[in-house]
Design a protein around this ligand. Structure first.
Ligand code: ADP
Ligand code: MG
Length: 288
C-alpha cells in the first residue's frame, strides 16, 4: 500500500507543474545522481533561426532558401520551422509531392517532381551527394536537388534562460554526473556543454545510438543512485522508458515523449528537475 504522505507529495508537486505518474517515481527521483539530457528543446529553446545562407556558385540565396522551405513544408522538426520562416516567397504547396523523413538526418521531398534532400552530413552521404563541410558553429542544413548540391543554410538555437541555474541546483542536490545526448553536430553540442558545464557529451547520435548510450550509462552508474533522462522529442520515447526516471517536457513535448515519461514538467523548465527532487526527498523523509 502507498503511504498517504505520498499523495500529499504528488499533490504538492502537481501544484508546481511537476506531474508524477505514480508514487514509485517519488523514491526513484529522490535517489537520482545521474541526469542525462536531450539538447534541443530541453536545454535549449528548440526554436532555431537562420544565421547564414551559403549557396554554391550559380545558385541564388533565395532559391536555396525556397528549395529548403519547400522540402521542409510538412516537417514538424524545429529546424524545418526556421527554414520555412526564412523564406520570403509564398511557398506553393502544389509544387510539393511525397516526402520521407530520416530521423536524426533530415528529409527527402519531391519538389516539382524532383527529389530534394535537406539535412545534415549523414543525409548527404545517404543521398550520395558530395558537399562542402563548412567551418561554422551551428546546425548545418545541406540542400541537394536531383543529386546536385545547392549549398547549405546554417540555423542556430539558444540555451534556455533557466538552464544554467537548473544545472547548478542539480549539483547542489548531489547530482554527480550530467550528460548530454544529441543528434546535432559535435561543435554545437560541445559549445552548449561548455557554456553549461555539462560533464559528458555525446553528439551526432541516431535514435538507436541514444538508446545504446543510455544502456551504457545505466550499466556504468549501477549502484550509484538512479539515472534520470530529460527529453521532449518523439525519438526520446525509448530512452525515457529505459531510464529509472523518465522526465518529459510537457508543453513542447511530443505525445510519444509524454506517454513514455514517468514525470512530466508542465512548463518545460529544466529547473523543475531539481525542484521535483527536493519535493521527493521531503516526501520520503516524512514517510521514514
Ligand atoms: P536532437 O538530438 O538535437 O533532438 P534530432 O535527432 O532531431 O536532434 O536531429 C539530429 C540532426 O539531424 C539535427 O541537428 C539536424 O542536423 C538533422 N535533422 C533532423 N531532422 C531534420 C530536418 N527535418 N531538416 C533538416 N535537418 C534535420
Ligand atoms: Mg530533440
Amino acid at each position: 500500500s502507498v503511504p498517504l504522505t505520498f499523495f500529499a507529495g504528488i499533490g504538492g508537486a502537481s501544484r508546481r507543474g511537476i506531474l508524477f505518474k505514480g508514487s514509485n517515481y517519488i523514491e526513484a527521483l529522490a535517489r537520482v545522481r545521474t541526469v542525462v539530457f536531450d539538447k534541443t528543446g530541453t536545454l535549449t529553446n528548440g526554436s532555431f533561426t537562420v544565421t547564414g545562407v551559403y549557396p554554391v556558385e550559380g545558385v541564388e540565396e533565395e532559391t536555396l532558401v525556397e528549395t529548403a522551405a519547400l522540402a521542409e513544408i510538412y516537417s514538424d522538426h524545429p529546424v524545418a520551422a526556421a527554414l520555412r520562416g526564412a523564406c520570403r516567397q509564398k511557398t506553393d504547396k502544389s509544387r510539393v509531392g511525397g516526402a520521407e523523413n530520416f530521423a536524426g538526418e533530415g528529409i527527402m521531398t519531391y519538389v516539382d517532381g524532383k527529389p530534394v534532400y535537406a539535412g545534415n552530413d549523414r543525409l548527404m552521404e545517404r543521398a550520395g551527394v558530395s558537399f562542402v563541410a563548412p567551418a561554422v558553429v551551428g546546425t548545418v542544413v545541406h540542400v541537394a536537388s536531383e543529386g546536385k548540391y545547392l549549398g547549405h543554410v546554417v540555423v542556430s538555437d539558444t540555451v534556455k534562460p533557466q538552464t544554467a541555474e537548473a544545472l547548478s541546483a542539480l549539483r547542489r542536490a548531489g547530482v554527480e554526473q550530467t550528460v548530454m545526448l544529441t543528434g546535432d553536430r559535435s561543435d554545437v553540442a560541445e559549445s552548449v556543454a561548455h557554456e553549461l558545464g555539462i560533464d559528458e557529451v555525446h553528439a551526432g547520435l541516431l535514435p538507436d545510438g541514444k538508446v545504446q548510450l543510455m544502456e551504457d550509462i545505466i550499466r556504468r552508474r549501477r549502484g550509484q543512485g538512479t539515472v534520470a533522462f530529460v527529453g521532449d522529442g518523439i525519438n526520446d520515447a525509448p530512452v525515457l522508458k529505459l531510464s529509472d526516471v523518465g522526465i518529459a517536457m510537457g508543453a513542447a513535448g511530443s505525445d510519444a515523449a509524454i506517454e513514455a515519461a514517468d514525470v512530466v514538467l508542465m512548463d518545460d523548465n529544466p529547473a523543475k528537475v531539481a525542484q521535483g527532487m527536493s519535493i521527493a526527498r521531503r516526501t520520503l523523509s516524512i514517510v521514514k
